[in-house]
Design a binder for this molecule. Structure first.
Ligand SMILES: [Zn+2]
Ligand SMILES: [Zn+2]
Length: 362
């Protein structure tokens, strides 16, 4: 049993910084000393959701150091620096067994508990809900072994935290889901953390034209700095006709907002044979697209967390960062302390910056 400091949400849109207890990991789990954690829209949706079970400790993009492991754990050991991956996967189901852990059938609605349905967090009143079997808005976390991905130690924790969900979702959309090749043309709709990482990845693989689309001029300026060859301000011009004017349609478009209208625009911006990738998992409602476009070989595909196979892909992304090939520093706008979490969520809501991270001192 450990006493930890956690940002407990007892009421919507309000964190209470408390000392709570965290049980030791079970045989297949890992205790992690959390050093940093990303602030993501998925947390924000839970933060503002009146219906989520409370009390709960949110946070699903953690990074830290392994402190203890259960007796059956073989993949990590105390002292390892780890990224806490967002999707807990079982390793056994049809999807995990076929190399698609992001579709794991065991992970679906276990957000409030660990994968075995039990909880490790509590206060005097009773148990506290987990979030994505992680709950990283806390000084320590217990996670399933398969969610703790060891990476090289020279990556700062605030950058490692970026590798827990949003950034691999965008980079993986380009590298895994779409497999963009050198010389192809790419458009990215929405330039937050997911879109910006798609632009970094498109630049990395040698895409020819990389067109960033957003309604925020400051964000578009940043995208030019990290690899966009063209920017389109969708508050001033129709992005589909502008992309057509610039390059005559793109081979791949990435929608990183999660709205029906921008998914339709991403599809309509395709060249013959092009693929639109819907990168986010928000409920977008129905789409209106012209079915005759499929006669030209176009397609539209979904993207679950960048089709990331965490144990294989996250150490590679960490290597690319350490070798100065993937400028994740450019995506980190601000850092906050755990006690400033409400302010970090306010900044997220206001759309300030690309990605914010909370630093956590044990
Ligand atoms: Zn996230
Ligand atoms: Zn599975």
């Amino acid at each position: 049993m450990h006493e930890i400091t956690a940002a407990v949400m007892r009421e919507p849109e309000q964190f209470s910084h408390e000392t709570v207890t965290l049980e030791d990991p079970n045989a297949t789990e890992v205790l992690v000393d959390v050093r940093a954690t990303g602030v993501c829209h998925t947390d924000y949706h839970a933060y503002t959701n009146q219906d989520i079970n409370r009390p709960v400790v949110l946070g699903h993009e953690g990074a830290g150091v392994v402190e203890a492991v259960g007796e059956q754990v073989t993949g990590v050991e105390p002292g390892d620096h780890v990224v806490l991956w967002v999707i807990p996967s079982c390793g056994q189901c049809e999807y995990c067994s076929s190399g698609r852990p992001y579709l794991c059938s065991q992970y679906t609605e276990t957000r409030g508990t660990m994968p075995d349905g039990t909880k490790r967090l509590a206060d005097e009143e009773g148990s506290i809900d987990h979030f994505f079997s992680q709950s990283s808005f806390a000084t320590k976390a217990v996670v399933p072994e398969r969610s703790a991905i060891p990476i090289r130690e020279d990556v700062p924790f605030e950058i490692a935290a970026l590798l827990g969900c949003g950034i691999p979702t965008g980079a993986g959309a380009v590298l895994n889901t779409a497999t963009v090749r050198a010389g192809e043309d790419v458009a990215v709709f929405g330039c937050g953390g997911v879109g910006a990482s798609a632009i970094l990845a498109a630049d990395l693989v040698g895409a020819r034209n990389v067109i960033a689309v957003d309604i925020d001029a400051d964000k578009l300026d940043r995208m030019r700095e990290i690899g966009a060859t063209h920017v389109v301000d969708a508050s001033e011009t129709d992005p589909v006709s502008e992309i057509d004017r610039l390059v005559g349609g793109v081979d791949y478009s990435f929608e990183c907002i999660g709205r029906s209208r921008t998914i339709e625009q991403a599809f309509n911006a395709l060249d013959r044979g092009g693929t639109a990738v819907a990168t986010t998992t928000k409920d977008t409602g129905s789409l209106e697209i012209d079915g005759s476009a499929f006669l030209m070989g176009t397609s539209i595909v979904g993207n679950i967390v960048g089709s990331i196979r965490p144990r294989a892909d996250l150490p590679k992304l960490a290597d690319l960062y350490a070798e100065d090939k993937l400028d994740l520093d450019a995506l980190l706008t601000d850092t906050y302390q755990l006690s400033e979490l409400d302010a970090a969520f306010e900044a997220l809501h206001e759309g300030d910056g690309i990605r914010n991270v909370v630093e956590i001192d044990g």
